[in-house]
Design a binder for this molecule. Structure first.
Ligand code: CAA
Length: 396
């Protein structure tokens, strides 16, 4: 067993960290206060090569493995969750799912522009009445000649206002396929498409979230990913990628909590000594260190399973479930450790607290992952190898 990261991983970590410091953190407090996001931030990520991570060079990507993607997510979320969310929806849920399910023609058509950031991708599964119960979606696609006509709506869509294209899961109006679902890549400039921002979020305020609507939207049949009936599997495999980015990003929140808490503990004095010398403070720091270490091991393992083409739904759910809870716990402790200063945005820890709460809801709630873990162990949930696997790494 080899736990060593490569020199390339170290370089990727350093450049993602610098991007976070130089491009994400400046002006963040104001953007977070005012709930302001900006498409330019996405373009900068493209220019820095971040949107091509884990995409093979033949499709315009940086030819780096899946552990690299996790490291980028960790370092971006160390700066702010809004930057990691871009990786989750654009790279994880959208580009990697296209890489996994797309025909050669579809991959050639879209991946190079996605990898460079010329095109921004997003993902649409959740609906007002179908969140955890993803199979209950009502958005419908009806076949009409060489096209499908889409009607319906999706909600809680990250980058709803900025993405150029969306991977959308629908029901099929009439089909002989075993499962009545399909997945389409749709363009925002298609007549019948509209979007609306969601305001008043608890966290990730510097990120864009909204609803998207389809009204008699005509989508060419060659924009379907997989075949009729594959839609739910496409959605579930997209979540294998998205949850990986959330799990690795959560470790970045813990690291950010440690950055803030170590500094504060060595500066703030009580009763003649810095609070870092107090055992209850040390207990909180130690718990965060533990969360970071366990979190890394869990997501590195999933990255390795991705690299080697193994099914990793169970392990990815474990990493997402464990790391998001550990990040929220670390952020809660970080607020505690900062006392009253932890309660206002003069220090960053209140933002970590708000942001880390969201990750226990999106990409499978804490409860869904709890149930999944129990069902795997009880033998109620299948863990059989999948037919549709990602390219393995290194690329042959
Ligand atoms: N890859 C490929 N296929 C998969 C798969 C995977 N990872 N997981 C399951 N499948 C296949 C199964 O093999 C099965 O196919 P067969 O019938 O041929 O065997 C089929 O899909 C159905 O699978 P399940 O039986 O596991 O489906 P289920 O109904 O039991 O799933 C559930 C229940 C796991 C709770 C699922 O509904 C779920 O994950 N819910 C949570 C949804 C979620 O995470 N939503 C988040 C939305 S995205 C978001 O929030 C992003 C954003 O923009 C911020």
């Amino acid at each position: 067993m080899d736990f060593a990261l490569t020199q390339e991983h170290d370089l990727i970590r350093e450049s993602a960290y610098k991007f976070g410091q130089n491009e994400v953190l400046p002006g963040l407090r104001e953007r977070d206060r005012e709930a302001k996001s900006d498409r330019k931030a996405l373009e900068k990520m493209g220019e820095a090569g971040l949107l091509g991570v884990s995409i093979p060079a033949k499709y315009g990507g940086s030819d780096t493995d899946y552990i690299s993607l996790g490291i980028v997510c960790e370092e971006l979320e160390r700066a702010d969750t809004s930057a990691r969310v871009v990786m989750s929806v654009h790279s994880g849920l959208h580009s990697l799912t296209l890489l996994q399910w797309g025909s050669e023609e579809q991959k050639q058509r879209w991946l190079p522009d996605l990898a460079s950031g010329k095109l921004i991708g997003a993902f649409g599964l959740t609906e007002p009445n179908a969140g955890s119960d993803a199979a209950n979606i009502k958005t419908v696609a009806r076949k009409d000649g060489d096209s499908y006509i889409l009607n319906g709506q999706k909600t809680w869509i990250s980058l709803a206002d900025y993405a150029d294209q969306f991977l959308v899961i629908t029901r099929l109006a009439e089909t002989s396929a075993k499962a009545p679902y399909a997945a389409f890549i749709i363009n925002r400039d298609t007549p019948g498409f509209s979007s609306r921002a969601i305001h008043g979020k608890l966290g990730v305020r510097a990120g864009n979230t909204g609803e998207i609507f389809f009204e008699d939207m005509r989508v060419p049949a060659d924009c379907m990913l997989g075949q009729e009936g594959d839609g739910f599997k496409v959605a579930m495999s997209a979540l294998d990628h998205g949850r990986y980015t959330v799990a690795s990003g959560a470790v970045g929140i813990i690291t950010a909590c440690l950055d803030a808490c170590v500094k504060y503990s060595n500066e703030r004095s009580v009763q003649g000594e810095v609070i870092g010398k107090k055992q209850l403070v040390q207990q909180m720091i130690a718990s965060m260190v533990q969360g970071r270490e366990i979190g890394r091991l869990l997501y590195y393992k999933v990255g390795w399973m991705k690299n080697t083409g193994q099914r990793h739904t169970r392990e990815c759910s474990m990493a997402k479930w464990t790391n998001c809870a550990a990040a929220f716990d670390a952020a809660n402790k970080a607020v505690e450790l900062h006392g009253a200063y932890g309660y206002c945005d003069e220090f960053p820890v209140e933002r970590y607290f708000r942001n880390s709460r969201g990750a226990m809801i999106y990409e499978g709630t804490h409860e869904i992952h709890t149930l999944m873990q129990a069902e795997y162990e009880l033998g109620y949930r299948s863990d059989k190898p999948l037919q549709q696997v990602l390219p393995t790494w290194p690329v042959e």
